[in-house]
Write a new protein. Structure first.
Length: 95
């Protein structure tokens, strides 16, 4: 009987893992969409935003296309630049 419960736990852990993976993918997709939208709303080029952050325009392009992820420090600076919360940037909040 204990092997039955072990298998149930494995299935539950797998479902939790898949759920968390879905959430992370959703957040990554929201981030890239919101970053591009906010940048364009402020009429900033990728180069101008990169200069504000002290990174390259290739970094901005990679974030907007989902090819790489930004650092926590950059996420905080982006929230300040665009006057939004980090939750908004990550898609956890609508404002």
């Amino acid at each position: 009987m204990s092997s039955f419960f072990t298998e149930i736990r494995k299935i539950a852990n797998l479902r939790n893992f898949l759920n968390i993976t879905d959430i992370l993918i959703s957040m990554k997709n929201k981030f890239k969409e919101r970053l591009k939208e906010l940048r364009k709303d402020k009429k900033l080029t990728q180069k101008q935003l990169a200069d504000l952050l002290g990174c390259t325009n290739q970094n901005i392009n990679d974030w907007e296309t989902g090819n790489s992820e930004t650092s926590f420090d950059n996420l905080l600076m982006l929230a300040d630049i665009f006057d939004v919360t980090t939750d908004y940037l990550l898609g956890k909040d609508e404002y």
